[in-house]
Write a protein that binds this ligand. Structure first.
Ligand code: AMP
Length: 281
């Protein structure tokens, strides 16, 4: 695996490879890698000539300074995992490399409804920061395929919109299923921050999702959502939201007709760690 820290050096190297490499797969990450990330790397190595992974803890997508400061960093282990998975390139830029003009200001993206609900509502500015960094990374890597995890369901929809807004539709979006721990907890870098006690409680999030999936019947959904919120609160969570939304456009579904494909989404804090998860029904 080759490690690049400078965008222009990586771009030039990819140009020299482009005759041989007709397909570049790209996996943007914030590091502290786990098997969920590695599943995206494997999908990419199976389908592309060159797989590029980036590790960059993007300051512009954090709306909480503490969350940014405490974001786990395990770079040596990450490099070992990427090498073992057959990743060809790691892009590891410094903040100045990605934001030479500073982290304030920058582009704005017309995300509309998508940034007013769920994660957009509870993390103001988050998706603008996500778009800013992914847009810049795509300009450098220019991948044939971009790999994202369903774990961040709304983010996948935002990036799909970004590709439209920026005319980058030559890049194919590949969305991979959420990898879970044995007890059902969705793998996440933030899980590393949980204490032993918090970790054992964290499973309640996926339990709540599977419970809703199981109990879902046509008709009003408010009782189902309330039951899940009560359950999570009883387990010690501070709940941002439990919502059931149209799987295609994330419009909130209050009354289900029994056929509309929906996604159940949860965001909740255990201690000061905020976890998200979702399940397509
Ligand atoms: P992150 O490092 O958290 O920004 O995640 C980088 C990419 O990995 C994103 O596209 C995530 O959706 C994806 N990802 C994170 N957790 C999982 C998981 N448990 N299973 C599959 N993909 C994941």
């Amino acid at each position: 695996m080759i490690l690049f820290k400078k965008a222009t050096v990586l771009r030039n190297w990819l140009e020299t490879q482009s005759k041989k490499a007709n397909a570049i797969g790209f996996i943007p990450t914030m590091g502290a890698l786990h098997e969920g990330h590695i599943s995206l790397i494997r999908k990419s190595t199976a389908a592309n000539t060159i797989t590029v992974c980036s590790i960059f803890i993007n300051p512009t997508q954090f709306n909480n300074e503490g969350d940014f400061q405490k974001y786990p960093v395990t770079i040596e282990k990450d490099i070992d995992m990427l090498e073992a998975a057959g990743c060809d390139v790691l892009f590891l830029p410094a903040v100045k490399e990605m934001y030479p003009e500073g982290v304030d200001g920058g582009e704005r993206y017309e995300l509309g409804y998508l940034e007013k609900i769920l994660e957009g509502k509870f993390r103001p500015g988050h998706f603008q920061g996500v778009c800013m960094i992914v847009d810049r990374l795509l300009d450098i890597v220019r991948p044939s395929r971009l790999y994202l995890g369903q774990k961040d369901y709304q983010q996948c929809m935002v990036i799909k919109k970004l590709l439209d807004l920026t005319n980058k539709n030559e890049t194919e979006l590949e969305i991979a299923p959420t990898l879970r721990e044995k007890d059902g907890l969705a793998m996440s870098s933030r899980n590393m921050r949980l204490t032993k006690e918090e970790r054992s409680k964290a499973v309640a999030i996926s339990k709540a999702l599977f419970q809703i999936k199981n109990d879902l019947r046509p008709g009003k959904l408010s009782d189902l959502k309330k039951k899940a919120i009560d359950f999570l609160e009883a387990e010690g969570f501070k709940v941002d939201y439990v919502e059931i939304a149209d799987a295609a456009d994330l419009s909130i579904v209050n009354d289900w007709d029994g056929t509309q494909p929906v996604v159940v989404l949860v965001a909740a804090f255990i201690g000061d760690v905020r976890l998200i998860d979702n399940l397509i029904v």
